[in-house]
Design a protein around this ligand. Sequence first.
Ligand code: TPP
Ligand code: MG
Length: 317
Amino acid sequence: MMDAQDDLVNLYRSLFLIRRVEERIAEIYHTDKIKSPVHLSIGQESVSVGVCAAMRPDDIAFGTYRGHALYLAKGGDLNAMISELYGKAAGCARGKAGSMHLVDMAVGMMPTSAIVATTIPQAVGYAMALKMRGSNQMVAVFFGDGSTEEGVFSESLNFAALKKLPILFVCENNLYAIYSSMKARWPADNLCDRVASYGIPAARIADGDLDAIRTAASAAVTAIRRGNGPQFLECMTYRWHDHVGPGEDLHIGYRTAEELAAWKAKDQVALTGARLAPDVRARVEQAVEDAIDAAFAFAEQDLFPDVAELHDHVFHQ
Ligand SMILES: Cc1ncc(C[n+]2csc(CCOP(=O)(O)OP(=O)(O)O)c2C)c(N)n1
Ligand SMILES: [Mg+2]
């Protein structure tokens, strides 16, 4: 059994790694070394970290184009991620996919997709396969609030509930789908009620609270492994940067500086770091900075894939 201090160190390492990797991506994005669009999770780290901390390494995660946080929280290889962003050959998808399609099958991180909601039914299919095999692994699928407006979301809930599949649905509700607020899209703020109508236990967690997310995810995973079927978490969170790219976007006028400031005041990375002794925190942060330096150096020296590979790995071979 891990002691509480080691546990906190692990959570902070994961949060700080995600935050700093994305800050470094934001810093160098203007150089055009990164060859794909990037959707940053800065501000949303606690959802992936809290839920993955409740999962086993052999459990399966599905996510979205805003996928850096999940990929890293699930244990995805950092060097392969940065090389992928650079379009280089050692990238996790051999440099052909970029930021929106991260994948690391060795740690159960399934390929993410740029098409909103597509990975939800894929995750349900995976959960169905696990159930048919009699496995006690589970699946967690992460998606945005906008995803819940796609028809396939409802179909997936219905089928997963009907078949009592081992799946945790995790809605990362950051209040916006691009520049369109939840209030402009939902007649009522009642996502959990709608999900519960399928017979799926559903809970909202406020403020991006790391401990609350982790506790709720642990209870959900336990119920799933007992064979109780799907569970649903709506994790309230907030994206600090623009929908896509590293920029700020307050000038667009779709959200307010006050709203952003209120969320920054409950930054889970800073709050978690402050719970560690200063020397412990400094050691964790230095190790993370070193790993990130090494990953960018790795991507810089990595080669672009050979042109002869262009048509490889497009279809199943
Ligand atoms: C099927 C589909 N429709 C529309 C788009 C364009 N699009 C890209 S991201 C996005 C918003 C999704 O919002 P949300 O699910 O809340 O995720 P967030 O970006 O906030 O993480 C839209 C509409 C798309 N990629 N795929
Ligand atoms: Mg959203």
